[in-house]
Every structure is written in C-alpha cells, then in structure tokens.
Design a protein around this ligand. Structure first.
Ligand code: AKG
Ligand code: FE2
Length: 189
C-alpha cells in the first residue's frame, strides 16, 4: 500500500512484526509509541471514523448492562491490524496510553473481522497460565477495569475458511483472506 496505508512495523530489535498495521486518529508505533505525529513515509493517520467511535461506545454500553463497574471510554485512537494466515502477535500489554486512563481502567474495545484467531490473555507472562479464547468474525472483546493491563497476544490465525463459511460482513466488504482487528482506545485523559 502507499503512504499511510497498512505496513509492517518493526520492533526495538529491528525485526518486523508478523502482521500489517495502520492507525486512525493518532499514531502509535511499537518503537516510538505515541511520540510522533507522522510516519516515516511522511503520512499522518486519517481521522478516526465516526462509525468506529459509535461502535466502541455501543459495545461498552452493552457490556455495562452486565458489568456495572466497567468505566466508559471515548476512543481517540484505533490500531488496525491485518493478519494473514501464519501471522501472529506476541504477548504484550497495551499500556502506552495516558496513565490516568490506564489507572482508571478505561476499556479497550477490540473488534474482529474475517478469519478466526486464538487469543491468549491473563495476568501473567507465563504462557502456560494464560486463558485462551477463539475470536471469530464479528466478535467484540472488551478489557478494562482491573484487567486493563492484562497480557495478551494472538497465538495463531486459523486456516482460511471456504467462501461459504465466511460471514456476511466479509463477503460484503470483499476483505481478502485474513483477519482484521480494530483496537479502539482512549489515549488522552
Ligand atoms: O489482534 C488482536 O486481537 C489483538 C491486537 C492487539 O492486541 C493490539 O493491537 O494491541
Ligand atoms: Fe494489544
């Protein structure tokens, strides 16, 4: 893709991540975190689409019906990750946002579209003690409150489904085979 589109970022060691990424609303990068406004290709992130904001707000409102203690959150950043079959994301915490928001447990809203993923999470880095959940197309995962700093990662993307097995949303958007994840967060606090 051209400037500002999906790219493979590098981590501190210089190794490329096993996924493609782009940001909306605000720039985040594994090395420079939230420090820069422009990518090395000179591009600034496109604004956060209104539809992304309302999706996150609606998801949180729905979750609050079941979990009254879950704080509200107004997203100002979306990290979009695209995983091809064979891609993955190592264990990490999302903790580069403003510490005030982290301490208050402002939730992360994570939307999955396309192929399914094995998502690991827990309060430890020890892979053997982590929980596993299958994230399928259309799933919305929320982690906030005391779980805002959980370790998490994508262990693997499941093999591509045949066309009939793909969800309506994937057929309608013409998404190529793979998994799109939208992670919505509030940086500013
Ligand atoms: O793809 C996912 O489900 C997780 C993405 C993620 O954890 C991140 O971008 O920080
Ligand atoms: Fe994350």
């Amino acid at each position: 893709m051209g400037p500002g589109g999906f790219y493979r970022p590098s981590n501190r060691s210089g190794a490329k991540l096993r996924l493609h990424m782009m940001c909306f609303g605000r720039l985040w990068d594994p090395v420079t975190k939230y420090e820069k406004s422009y990518r090395s290709d000179g591009s600034a992130p496109p604004p956060l689409p209104y539809e992304f904001i309302s999706l996150a707000e609606n998801a949180i409102e729905d979750a609050q019906l079941h979990m009254k203690l879950l704080p509200s959150m107004l997203p100002d950043i979306c990290v979009a990750n695209f995983y091809s079959y064979g891609d993955r994301l190592g264990l990490h915490q999302d903790c580069d946002e403003h510490v005030g928001g982290l301490d208050r447990g402002l939730p992360v809203v994570s939307v999955s579209i396309g192929e399914s993923a094995e998502f690991l999470y827990g309060h430890t880095r020890d892979e053997n003690k982590l929980e596993k959940v299958l994230l399928e197309s259309g799933d919305v995962l929320i982690f906030g409150g005391k779980s805002r700093r959980i370790f998490h990662g994508v262990r693997r993307i499941l093999p591509p489904l045949d066309y009939i097995g793909l969800s309506q949303v994937v057929k309608e958007t013409g998404l190529i085979s793979g998994r799109l994840n939208l992670t919505l967060k509030q940086f500013q606090f």
